[in-house]
Structure formats: C-alpha cells, structure tokens
Design a protein around this ligand. Structure first.
Ligand code: C2O
Length: 349
C-alpha cells in the first residue's frame, strides 16, 4: 500500500539523526487542524518562471527578500511562518511522525522514491505562500544553478548579512567569495579541478549511472517500509550532488552541522529552498529533456508510488492532502524553469 499522510495530532518528539537519534529539544510539530481538503491543482493562467539565482535582477532580489521577511514576521503559530515552514522538514524527516497504523514505525521522506515528490510539493506551497505575502501570484522561487560553472558559488543575494535571505549558520569556507561548490566532496583545493569534477558528477547522476527509473528516482518505499530497510534507498541525485551541497554549506562550528547539514534544521536556511529548486529542476530535466536511450520509459506506474500522500498548509493556511500523482508534471503545477545550458551533457567521464 502507499504510505499514508501523517496524523498531525500524533506528532511526537523528533530525533537528531546526526547524533544517532538523540531526541531534539525543539518541538517541530505543526499546528493541528480539523479540516483537511483534498488538494486540486488550480488552473494555470500564467506560468511561473523560476529563475537562476545567479541571474536575477535587483528588483527580483528586493521582492524575494521582502517576501521572506514577511514570512519571518508572521505569528509563530501561523503554519505559513518561516519557522513553521522550516519545521515541516524536521517533522517529515526526523521521525516526529509515525506511519499511521504501523505502530511506532517512522515516516521518512528521504532515501527513496518519495524524495523528489515530497520536496516538490514542499517548494510548491512555500512559493505560493511567499507570493501571497507580497500580493504577487506570479512570484517564482529562484534555483541555485550549481550544475553550471557560472552558478557554482552560493548565490550572492544569500550572503548579504542585512538580508532576510542570510543565515549565519553556514561553513565560513563555503561563504568566501568564489568558493566553488564541491558536488563530489573531493575536498580538492584547486577550483578548476572541482568545477571539472562537478560536471562529471552531474553527467554520471543524470545519465551514465541510471539504467532504470529507480536508479534516478530512488527505490520503493511503501506503507510499512522502515528507513533501515535495505530494499529502499536514494536515487543518484539525492545521494550525490544533493547531499553534497547540504554538507558543503552546513556549519562545522555547530554541534550537528546546522543549518543545511542536518535534516531538522535545513529548512531554517533560506538557501535550502533555492538549493532544492535545482534538485527539482534536475527531475524535470531528466523527465523531459535528456536523451532517453538508456531508460525509455521514465514513468513509475506503481500505485503505491502514485497514491502516496502528504499534508501541507497552503497559502491560505488551509490544511490540504496532496498525492504524488498530482506532482509529476511541473507545467500542470504552474511553474517552469528558466532555460540554462547544460554543460555537463558533454562531460562523459
Ligand atoms: Cu529533505 Cu535536501 O533534503
């Protein structure tokens, strides 16, 4: 059976997975709501265009900053507030929820085929909340274009310490101007070598390493699957570039790699949503733009995948139930990605 959405009223203590599961002091459970609506994708009147974070205009940065600032000023118990949004990640990833009807078995949205769909929905509502807060329903999140040499540094707007986009819990080595993101965690100090290796990592994750859909998407995770089950596991991008970016930005001066380097705190850095914009873009590219000679049919038709469901609060603070099958096409969800060339296509190792 597909994994069921969590029961918010049974949300419990979350665990720090970086310290072998010691209980976290902070509660990351969302407000409870009695009314849950099955979410219907609204008709798309105008496509939102998510821009590359390294190419946005000063006007865009101003708007984005204002939106995040307003999110930070919402009352603490508003499910759309900045911390409540960050806590979504903690609750779904750090064992605060048990799978309904499965005893104390944790619900986990990483390390499986749930990874891409869950994060897509998470960003979808985050983006709509931001748009609502600035009265601009066309507002689109930026993506951190770390797969392109021109985007391999932290996007500058996140480094301005006076901005709502700033977070001080980041590795100082990675926030130096021109520090090149290390997608293979090579620890090499030669920036050119890191760039070349990054392109090779991308080629491998997007093309060479995938003989089946599951190699890319991650393996099945159904009702009753435990996150230690060896039959499940992450897809190549989740395991590779995605995790590397988390590790590369997380702050080694903090006890557990906060913020980006730990599930429970990752959403507290505004850069998280920009990073995941690119992760999500990789899914779209893989589905619709890459040569499909190796994996001719990229769809997963298993009902346990299609009918897996999550809960989110939408931009009106209404609790909604969403399913994986409704998030398989980003155009139907009303957003697209700015076209940027893909230099890694030529980096066959
Ligand atoms: Cu839910 Cu990048 O992790």
């Amino acid at each position: 059976n597909p994994v069921k959405p969590p029961e918010l009223d049974k949300c419990g203590v979350a665990k720090n997975l970086n310290t072998k599961g010691t209980p976290l002091k902070d509660n990351c459970c969302p407000p409870i709501s009695e009314s849950i609506i099955d979410y219907q994708l609204p008709p798309v009147f105008q496509m939102k265009m998510r821009p590359s974070a390294h190419r946005v205009s000063p006007e865009y940065i101003f708007k984005y900053n204002m939106a995040i600032d307003r999110m930070k000023r919402l009352p603490k118990d508003d499910p759309r507030s900045f911390m409540q949004q960050a806590n979504i990640h903690c609750a779904y990833c750090n064992g605060a929820y048990d799978q309904p009807g499965q005893g104390t078995l944790d619900l986990q949205v990483h390390n499986s085929w749930l990874f891409f769909p869950f994060h897509r929905w998470y960003l979808y509502f985050y983006e709509r909340i931001l748009g609502k807060l600035i009265g601009d329903p066309t507002f689109a999140l930026p993506f951190w274009n770390w797969d392109n040499p021109k985007g391999m540094t932290i996007p500058p707007m996140f480094l301005d310490s006076t901005s709502a986009l700033y977070d001080e819990k980041r590795d100082p080595a990675s926030t130096k101007p021109n520090a090149v993101v290390d997608l293979g965690l090579t620890k090499s100090t030669d920036p050119l070598q890191v760039v070349t290796n990054n392109l090779t990592v991308m080629y491998t994750e997007m093309i060479r390493g995938n003989s089946t859909t599951y190699d890319f998407m991650g393996k099945p995770y159904r009702e009753g699957t435990s996150d230690t089950d060896t039959n499940t596991g992450p897809g190549a991008p989740e395991r590779g570039s995605h995790t590397s970016v988390h590790m590369w930005v997380g702050d080694p001066r903090q006890p557990s790699g906060e913020d980006l380097g730990n599930f429970y705190s990752a959403g507290r850095d505004p850069l998280f949503y920009c990073h995941h914009g690119n992760v999500d873009r990789m899914w779209t590219l893989w589905q619709y733009f890459l040569p499909s000679n190796k994996v001719p049919d990229k769809r997963i038709t298993d009902p346990d995948f299609l009918n897996a469901a999550f809960l989110f609060y939408d931009e009106n603070a209404q609790l909604v139930r969403v399913t994986v099958k409704d998030c398989l096409d980003n155009l139907r969800m009303g957003y697209d990605y700015q076209r940027i060339d893909l230099p890694w296509l030529d980096y066959r190792p």
